[in-house]
Design a protein around this ligand. Sequence first.
Ligand code: SF4
Ligand code: SF4
Length: 370
Amino acid sequence: MNAPANIPRPVGLLAELTHRCPLGCPYCSNPLELESRAEELDTATWQRVFSEAAELGIIHIHLSGGEPASRRDLVEIVAHCAKAGLYTNLITSGIGLNEERVAELSRARLDHVQLSIQDSEAESADRIAGYEGAYARKRDVARSVTEAGLPLTVNAVIHRANVARAGAMVKLAIELGAKRVEIAHTQYYGWAKTNRAALLPSRADAERAIAEVEALREEHKGVIVIDHVIPDYHAHYPKACMGGWARRTLNVTPTGKVLPCHAAETIPGLEFWSVREHALADIWYASPAFQAFRGTDWMVEPCRSCPRKEIDFGGCRCQAMAITGDARNADPVCHLSPHHYRVEAIVSENTAKAAPDYVYRRMQRAPAVV
Ligand code: SF4
Ligand code: SF4
């Protein structure tokens, strides 16, 4: 189809190659209903999607999951993206990679590795991941990545169990040879919403962590770049979620559904098209889910007449849905939202109590055949 002049081209595509993952992070952004291996797109279909992405003008492919290294065809997929002129970023837990596989990926012209680390202390990191020995294996993978000459980013999700070590994670990233570290306070979607009471830090702890990381930014200028995603439950204004709905990026799930953001399926009534039946360009320009909240015409007050509406696009639709019951509302983390008191109540209720046990993210096993 011809590209409508009023719709910008996307720049990035997040490919959830699989929902399989050996870890069980309680803040995982994957949906509660994980898609099974049997339904995953095959190699040829992913390759077609990446070719279509390049034609559509996409520059960055984020190979994610689940754990993308669970796919046996990962090297083939990377090689195909490189041939199509796409920049590839592997978002990985490291489990499923070793020196040999990292070297193969490097030969296939992988551009970048983003490695998640759950904590700077081994015992706590393994408990958060729900996987004994994960921390030690991640350190080995980090070494393999830097030895292969691949640029490394460390990703650390911050929550109640590790908020006191946000600064220590920056220092660990430097020690591992990363040139960039993402310190991202938990976003409460997917499994993180289920585990919100266990994960939410107090406002005082979150503020201490933010100040510590900002001080390290100055101290380590020129050594490491710090991307700092601050906790939106404690913010004044919301973030421009995904840079605005259907403005810059799209997500493809393991079975081929194309979403404007990873949590979009939590909004009832949206119709998602699949790459099995539609070309990626048709989905970007015309699918009902992408059209639903594109631009600003769908907005209600206070966003509709707000001078910030082209800056944050009203924040996150999924958070508006989850907390106010209507996806068109302003993201309630915004202090101008009439529902903002609900966010304040969630923070004070959850941080006043002792943290409950985690509900670990696990694939549902198929029922036994009897
Ligand atoms: S957040 Fe944890 S459980 Fe979820 S995909 Fe990443 S490593 Fe796996
Ligand atoms: S009212 Fe809406 S557009 Fe204005 S700052 Fe809040 S969320 Fe953003």
